[in-house]
Design a protein around this ligand. Structure first.
Ligand code: AQP
Length: 338
């Protein structure tokens, strides 16, 4: 079989399951912007169908979807350059998601750590969608034949599953149709941790607001959360080796490096020897300087929700133009009469 070479195309998405966090920004959105600006075709989604795998109040979901779109644009995504839309407006995601849930194996999904984390002890009560989420995520990516997916570290396992689904589909049907997608996990903060517990990922849905920096937080809230962030009693080391085993210290230095577009070693060359009482105000000033323009622009965009809805509708039209023919070819391969 001759191998098909797929044109580079980037897809990624974020759930409107709450407000954006600094983790989403550094782990995902900042990368989305740099990939857009590198000139490759970019498609970025607000994955509202993933959000409802756990309960979402409808009014909150609508608002969070628009706010996420505002966050994308405020952080530098341009609807004229990137396709921006919400998942539920492009039904090909759900249709291919069903086909992939027939390709993925129970054993594969049983190994997904995100399901275990999110379902917790009460698995019997988790939605079926929360379990089968990675099959839909594979469809989100592969319905565009996307070759690269910028994500945070926590999504690596789901991208590996996407690769497994593509490979099994191609093998089972004897085709070379779906690309084997590459995850793009880059930067100094691919896994931003909770400010209150260095062993937990910073997350939109953490019950403690103090655990995260929200992209809508004002300067005072950001400064206060960083001042109260967990650190340790030692000073900052002058190289990365000195951070070994110090999860909270590592997290704060990583955040500084990612916000400043510096490497961890460059940061430590500047701040090595300082105490956290000196470093935290530096980090707070940097965070406010980088995040305030984004939150101000988000608030401005949120004043005209109709404009946001227009952007989403036109993005969905562009997305459908790519996804529908790929879905149609998939249905032909599978043997569905059309
Ligand atoms: N703490 C993080 N550090 C780095 N990257 C992160 N991402 C999320 N948290 C961090 C990246 O953001 C993208 C979107 O994630 P998502 O909204 O689809 O789901 P998630 O990973 O489950 O994010 P949250 O914030 O933890 O949401 P909830 O609380 O609703 O589950 C992904 O690329 C992710 O890697």
């Amino acid at each position: 079989m001759t191998e098909v070479v797929h044109t580079p195309r980037v897809f990624s998405g974020i759930q409107p399951s709450g407000g954006l966090t600094l983790g989403n920004y550094l782990g995902a959105i900042k990368r989305f912007v740099s990939m857009q600006d590198s000139g490759v075709e970019t498609i970025y989604c607000m994955v509202d169908m993933h959000a409802i795998t756990v309960w979402q109040d409808p009014a909150d979901l609508r608002r969070a979807t628009r706010e996420l779109c505002a966050g994308y644009i405020a952080a530098g995504l341009d609807p004229a350059k990137s396709t921006l839309f919400n998942q539920s407006q492009v039904s090909a995601h759900a249709e291919l998601g069903w086909i992939f849930s027939c390709v993925a194996r129970m054993g594969w999904l049983n190994r997904m750590t995100q399901f275990k984390d999110k379902a917790g002890k009460n698995r019997e009560n988790a939605s079926v969608g929360l379990f089968s989420y990675p099959a839909l995520m594979a469809a989100d990516i592969l319905v565009y034949h996307a070759t690269h997916v910028p994500v945070g570290e926590d999504q690596k396992q789901h991208i590996e599953l996407t690769r497994d689904i593509a490979a099994k589909f191609n093998h089972d049907y004897g085709v070379d149709f779906f690309p084997i997608t590459e995850p793009v996990i880059e930067g100094e903060a691919t896994r931003v941790m909770s400010l209150r517990d260095g062993s937990k990922k910073m997350s939109k849905s953490d019950p403690s607001d103090k655990s995260r920096i929200n992209m809508t937080d004002g300067a005072d809230a950001i400064a206060q959360k960083i001042r109260k962030a967990k650190s340790d009693a030692d000073g900052l080391p002058s190289d990365a080796d000195g951070l070994k085993g110090r999860t909270e210290a590592t997290n704060l230095v990583n955040i500084y490096a990612a916000l400043a577009d510096m490497s961890v070693d460059q940061v430590l060359a500047d701040v090595g020897g300082k105490q956290f009482s000196e470093f935290k105000p530096m980090l707070a000033d940097l965070a406010v300087a980088k995040l305030s323009p984004i939150s101000t622009e988000m608030a401005r965009l949120m004043q005209t929700p109709d404009e946001i809805d227009k952007i989403l509708r036109s993005g969905a039209d562009k997305a459908r133009a790519i996804a529908d023919p790929i879905l149609a070819q998939t249905l032909d391969i599978v043997g569905m009469v059309r």
